[in-house]
Design a protein around this ligand. Structure first.
Ligand code: NAP
Length: 172
């Protein structure tokens, strides 16, 4: 979605005040009309997008709120990619980890306890036997735990391609 501030009349007409002579006033008026039309068009298209969102209306990418991770990644080869997916022991993070593994990525699952991480790993391997999953300990509510995780990740992996932050609500 284009920003309301990115409308292009400056590109069409040049900078304000850069013109001189008697033709400036009509040109300025025309510029304002174009600005106004552009803003109306942007506002209408934003509103249409928001109205369509709850019903899963597809956007310009061809996907919408009801598109699944499998649909969105169909045909993607992620075999050379390394991903960290937070919140992957449950919910949207777990589904993200499953589909990245399905596409061949090596997926790191930071879990609050190794026990919960290994449990989800077992369940994901059942669904995607070719999964390359690693469980590491991390509690996102503790900065020292996050630092420890980052240190171990850096010492065991050469690169990180995808960081999926499926955040828990950090109030708990
Ligand atoms: N589900 C959806 O369809 C959906 C859609 C749009 C947006 N979201 C947003 O996505 C986020 C996750 O939603 P969800 O439904 O997937 O939630 P969820 O099922 O409750 O999962 C939360 C995940 O975060 C982990 N977690 C919680 N506190 C943690 C901490 N301190 N350190 C590390 N991990 C921690 C949990 O691990 P434990 O197993 O240790 O508890 C669990 O894996 C929320 O912010 C939600 O608003 C969800």
């Amino acid at each position: 979605m284009k920003s309301l501030l990115s409308y292009p009349s400056r590109q069409v007409f040049g900078q304000r005040g850069s013109r001189s002579g008697g033709g400036a006033a009509p040109c300025l008026m025309l510029e304002r009309v174009v600005d106004y039309c552009w803003l109306v068009e942007e506002a209408v298209s934003s509103a249409m997008g928001l109205l369509g969102w709850p019903w899963g209306r597809r956007g310009p990418s061809g996907f919408g709120a009801r598109s699944t991770a499998e649909e969105v990644t169909a045909g993607v080869d992620a075999t050379n990619l390394t991903a960290i997916v937070t919140g992957a022991t449950n919910g949207i993070g777990k589904e993200t980890a499953r589909v990245l593994a399905l596409r061949g990525a090596e997926v790191i699952i930071p879990a609050r306890t190794l026990e919960s991480g290994l449990k989800v790993k077992e369940s994901l391997v059942d669904q995607v036997p070719s999964s390359k999953l690693h469980v590491m300990e991390m509690d996102m509510s503790s900065l020292s735990s996050v630092r420890n995780f980052a240190r171990s990740f850096n010492s065991s992996h050469k690169h990180l391609n995808i960081l999926m932050y499926a955040p828990p609500s950090l109030k708990h």
